[in-house]
Design a protein around this ligand. Structure first.
Ligand code: AMP
Length: 216
C-alpha cells in the first residue's frame, strides 16, 4: 500500500506515521527527516536545504524529487510506503505519481489530518525531538523524562528543532496554505482521500485513522 499522510505542519503526521509503520509493515518516508539527516551530515546538499528550512520555506521541487527517487529505490520501500510531509506541491504529487507508475504502483490512500492554526502553534512550539531516534515529546502533553534520557533509544540529546519557533511555524503554515493545501483537491479528484479530525489526544487520532482505513 502507498499512503500519503497529509496535513499542515504540526498536524501529527510524523507521530501517526510511527503507528502506521507498525500496523501496515511499510516504512515511513519523511522528506523533512531525510533533509535534517543530510544537514546533520554537513554535506553540500544539506547546506542547500538549510537556507530554506531555517526560514520555513519549501525546498525547491527538483531537490526534493532527487531525494525521493533515491529513497524509493531502496529495498524496504518495495511493498509500499507511508509518505509524511511529501508531496507538498502539485509538481511533487505529479512526480510521485510518475515514479510510482514506473513501479506499477499508485497512491492508494490519502489520510488528511485536519487541525487549526492555534493548535499547530501550540503543538509545534512545545515539541521536543530526540536526535538519536526521532522520538517526539511535548513539554505539556508528553514531557521528555527529567533524566534527559530518551525512552526509545536511551540517547541523551532531546532538543527543540530550530524551525519549531513560533515565527518559523507561522511561516511554514502560510507555505502550507499557499502551496500545499490545494493538493487535497488533486487527490480528491483521484477519489482516495479520507479526512480525519486531527484534534485531541494522540490515541484518539490514531483510532480515527484506523477507522478510516478500515472503512474502505
Ligand atoms: P517537516 O519535517 O515535514 O515539517 O519539514 C521541515 C522543513 O523541511 C519544511 O518546512 C521545508 O523547509 C522542508 N521540507 C520537508 N519536506 C519538504 C517537501 N516535500 N518539499 C519541500 N520542502 C520540504
Amino acid at each position: 500500500m502507498d499512503l500519503v499522510l497529509f496535513g499542515p505542519p504540526g498536524a501529527g503526521k510524523g507521530t501517526q506515521a510511527k503507528f502506521l509503520v507498525k500496523s501496515l509493515g511499510i516504512p515511513q518516508i519523511s522528506t523533512g527527516d531525510m533533509m535534517r539527516a543530510e544537514r546533520a551530515l554537513g554535506s553540500e546538499l544539506g547546506a542547500r536545504f538549510d537556507s530554506f528550512m531555517s526560514a520555513g520555506k519549501l525546498v525547491p521541487d527538483e531537490l526534493v524529487l532527487e531525494l525521493m527517487a533515491k529513497r524509493l529505490a531502496r529495498d524496504d520501500a518495495k511493498a509500499g510506503a507511508i509518505f509524511d510531509g511529501y508531496p507538498r506541491t502539485v509538481q511533487q504529487a505529479e512526480a510521485l505519481d510518475a515514479l510510482l507508475a514506473s513501479l506499477d504502483r499508485k497512491i492508494d490512500r490519502v489520510i488528511a489530518l485536519d487541525v487549526v492554526l492555534e493548535d499547530v502553534v501550540e503543538r509545534i512550539t512545545g515539541r521536543r525531538v530526540c536526535l538519536g531516534c526521532g522520538q517526539t515529546y511535548h513539554v505539556r502533553y508528553s514531557p521528555p523524562p527529567e533524566s534527559g534520557v530518551c525512552v526509545s533509544c536511551q540517547g541523551t540529546k532531546i532538543v527543540q528543532r530550530s524551525d519549531d519557533t513560533e515565527e518559523v511555524v507561522r511561516h511554514r503554515y502560510t507555505e502550507y496554505q499557499e502551496k500545499t493545501a490545494c493538493l487535497l483537491d488533486y487527490y480528491r479528484g483521484l477519489g482516495v482521500v479520507s479526512e480525519v479530525d486531527g484534534r485531541g489526544g494522540l490515541d484518539e487520532v490514531t483510532q480515527r485513522i484506523q477507522q478510516a482505513l478500515e472503512a474502505r
